[in-house]
Ligand binder design. Structure first.
Ligand SMILES: NC(=O)c1ccc[n+]([C@@H]2O[C@H](COP(=O)([O-])OP(=O)(O)OC[C@H]3O[C@@H](n4cnc5c(N)ncnc54)[C@H](OP(=O)(O)O)[C@@H]3O)[C@@H](O)[C@H]2O)c1
Length: 225
């Protein structure tokens, strides 16, 4: 049984991840801004919940402290929360959009990783999974701000791996391709079901002790690169 914090748990991949992980007997704190969805998830799975807006740095810090208290420690942090405001050209994005994406997609997971290290280093064990995207390996027009934040987090996560691993902490940078979630305005049934993505992520918690998955790239069969 592991003590796990999952961000972005009110929808899509995170929502399914909480169901999968609690189903395997883990203790999970689920977070997001949507209290009704958190209540629903708690009722279904018995998970603990904390409402927090990750665009506010102080809320990310408070969330972390409360999660560690609720779980009486922390074994696994899954930085899953993320968003894209819209697709637009570089001459169109607003400062507000840029700052918001920076706060949610890059600053929050970085700060939560920092806090997690402080708990995991003394324990000499732990696992941090950062959900990036295959966009972090590409350069798609109209996706500049989102790509910049995910590539930024990919760089951060690679260094986190080097600093954390000597202390017995496993770090994985995860690069999923398209998943059929609320992330997009339109349904994409040909993309990965969020439950499938959740099951794939959950496998990382079951790797042999002497195996570390540094990077994992996975896509739906309709995506070929
Ligand atoms: N869907 C894809 O094709 C795809 C592909 C590659 C990578 N990803 C990544 O996978 C992760 C999960 O995405 P998803 O597809 O499951 O999207 P989703 O269904 O839209 O879920 C996003 C989650 O992030 C949370 N979130 C967004 N803004 C937040 C904020 N300000 N504060 C706290 N939580 C916030 C949302 O919770 P609240 O609204 O309740 O706050 C929600 O639970 C993201 O990091 C995304 O970039 C997705």
């Amino acid at each position: 049984m592991k003590r796990i914090l999952v961000t972005g748990a009110t929808s899509g991949i995170g929502y399914e991840l909480v169901k999968t992980l609690t189903g395997k007997g883990h203790s999970v704190v689920a977070t997001g801004r949507n209290q009704a969805k958190l209540d629903d998830l708690s009722e279904q799975t018995g998970c603990l919940t904390i409402k927090a807006d990750l665009s506010e740095a102080y809320q990310a810090l408070e969330l972390f402290e409360e999660a560690v208290q609720q779980l009486d420690g922390l074994d696994v942090l899954i930085n899953n929360a993320g968003m894209n405001s819209r697709k637009c050209g570089i001459d169109e994005f607003t400062l507000e959009e840029f700052d918001y994406q920076y706060a949610v997609n890059l600053r929050a997971p970085a700060v939560l990783s920092r806090e997690a290290l402080k708990v995991m280093k003394p324990a000499k064990s732990g696992q941090i999974i950062n959900v990036l995207s295959t966009v972090a390996k590409r350069s798609n027009e109209t996706m500049s701000v989102y790509t910049a934040m995910k590539q930024g987090l990919a760089g951060f996560s690679a260094i986190l791996m080097k600093e954390a691993q000597p202390h017995g902490i496993k770090v994985t940078s995860l690069f999923p391709g398209g998943a059929d979630t609320n992330f997009r305005e339109v349904d994409r049934p040909q993309y990965m079901h969020p439950k499938s993505v959740a099951e794939t992520i959950a496998m990382l918690l079951e790797l042999p002790q002497d195996v570390v998955m540094h990077e994992m790239v996975f896509r739906p069969p309709v995506e070929i690169e």
